[in-house]
Ligand binder design. Structure first.
Ligand SMILES: [Zn+2]
Length: 496
């Protein structure tokens, strides 16, 4: 049995982030350049992946009298906004170089401080290990307080780096404090890259539980239910999982390999600031149960015709990938493959700052590039061609010819059969094998990140000239080219 990929981009309601019924529901902001990080609950959304602000909409309701009686209606949405900032004193006007933290903030926010409090960064609290003096860099001092209608935490660290969080809107003190408690300054132990405390511990075979307490993975008992799932952090991922520690470590390396590969094909000029969310159960049964809490009961995963064939999905509303690690007999479902495939979708959607207009077939083609990649003996991620998909495609082409409808593909639609994933891959492979192909792909990605319409842009960059005046003839000719490209085995090489 082949498998489908469920790419759920129903995030037209993106700003209304959903609450999920399990305790592992926080995301991680990290800025490796300024060396700062903080965590926040899932009900906040990130309007800009390259930005430093998160928001939560609080819908207010009013009751209206109608013919059918009173009806409750939303009438306003008040935002809570949390902004992360970080800059060097030397970047400020010269008269501010020696200002106190309080004076600096007052000038920048153009309001008067309403109180005066030292922000005590270092803490001896087992639940806030990133604030312990033995972990956090030395010499951090800070200020916190109300300035006008905002509440601000600021610290000075490193070489006169000023970083902190500004809270705007009607946020409960408890929530504000619980988020600001997670604020941390990345440390650089063992001469490695600066990392969060959790990322460092994850590299050293530790996992942490929902309360944030550490367990040494080698000795820990494998969790059975989702609320006890383990978490780990890598440089670009926050993963919660039920699988064995040994497996989990491999997955972390694999994921970072996929991420690096994606950066090579589709580079982002600036770093994204929110770690990718990955949720992995051990068994398919657990995956279904967890998905029911997110997608609702009787969702498509239970469909007898296709349900057993889903190995995971990227949920565009939550911006999270869900998958499982069990190998299911007599299927081609394979955990590493599925995870890499979904992460590619996660990357193109999040990296393009939620641009929905990438042609569907192209989105699948890019996911197929990464799904067959594996770690070599040195644990380095290397790409491999999707051989079994191509084998089936060749067989299909010999008997039936081209599967999809080029016209639909050109419109960004027309993906209904799983074998079209291989066809999509072959189409991209063929386009990139041509002169200027790589350059056009880069131009396409940059346009997508800038918010352009992906379908139109792809057409103008790759297809317009090819199809020429006689569009229909041009399409037929391209279709023929692809079939012959595949049958000659030219798509069998790793896509460069
Ligand atoms: Zn897919």
């Amino acid at each position: 049995m082949f498998y489908f990929c469920a790419l759920l981009l129903f995030s037209l309601r993106l700003c209304y982030a959903v609450e999920i019924e399990h305790p592992l529901n926080e995301r991680v902001f990290v800025n490796h350049e300024t060396g700062t990080s903080f965590r926040f609950p899932y009900d906040y959304s990130m309007p800009d992946q390259y930005g430093q602000t998160i928001v939560k909409q609080q819908i207010q309701w009013k009751t209206e009298q109608t013919k059918n009686g009173p009806v409750k209606r939303p009438y306003a949405a008040a935002n809570i906004e949390i902004e992360h900032f970080s800059y060097k004193r030397s970047e400020l006007p010269i008269e501010q170089h020696t200002a106190t933290l309080k004076e600096l903030l007052a000038q920048q926010l153009q309001a008067e401080p309403l109180n005066d409090k030292e922000y005590v960064f270092y803490r001896e609290d087992p639940l806030l290990p990133h604030r312990a003096e033995e972990w956090a860099p030395a010499g951090i001092c800070g200020w916190e307080g109300q300035i006008g209608d905002r509440y601000v935490y600021i610290v000075e660290h490193g070489a006169q780096q000023l970083s902190g969080l500004i809270f705007r809107g009607d946020i409960a003190e408890e929530e504000r404090r619980s988020i600001s408690d997670t604020f941390e300054i990345l440390a650089k132990p063992d001469k490695q890259l600066p990392s969060t405390w959790r990322c460092y511990k994850s590299r050293r075979k530790y996992v942490y539980n929902e309360a944030g307490a550490l367990e040494f993975a080698v000795r820990a008992k494998r969790p059975k239910v989702w609320k006890n799932a383990w978490q780990v952090e890598t440089a670009h991922f926050h993963i919660s999982a039920l699988c064995s520690p040994k497996q989990l470590k491999k997955y972390c390396i694999h994921l970072e390999g996929v991420y690096a590969g994606l950066q090579q094909y589709l580079p982002t000029e600036r770093p994204m600031h929110f770690k990718f969310e990955i949720h992995m159960t051990q068994t398919f049964k657990q995956f279904l149960a967890l998905s029911d809490t997110i997608l609702g009961p009787n969702n498509y995963l239970h469909n007898k015709n296709t349900g057993g064939a889903y190995g995971g999905y990227f949920n565009g509303q939550q911006l999270a990938t869900y998958t499982f690690t069990e190998k299911i007999k007599n299927t081609r479902l394979e955990p590493y493959l599925q995870l890499a495939h979904e992460v590619a979708h996660q990357y193109t959607f999040i990296g393009s700052n939620y641009n929905f207009s990438m042609p569907g077939w192209l989105n699948e083609a890019i996911a197929v590039i990464f799904e067959s990649g594996r770690l070599n003996k040195k644990d380095i991620f290397v790409l491999k061609p999707p051989s079994s998909r191509l084998r089936i495609l060749k067989r299909y082409y010999k008997e039936h010819g081209f599967i999809g409808n080029i016209q639909d593909y050109a419109q960004g639609t027309g993906l209904s059969n799983v074998h079209q994933y291989a066809e999509s891959y072959a189409m991209l492979h063929q386009l990139l094998s041509e002169k200027e192909g790589q350059k056009s792909l880069l131009e396409f990605w940059q346009g997508l990140m800038a918010g352009q319409n992906g379908t139109k842009l792809f057409y103008s960059l790759f297809l317009k000239e090819r199809f020429g005046e006689q569009v229909e003839d041009g399409m037929k000719a391209w279709q023929k080219d692809i079939v012959s490209y595949v049958l000659k085995g030219r798509a069998d090489s790793i896509l460069k």
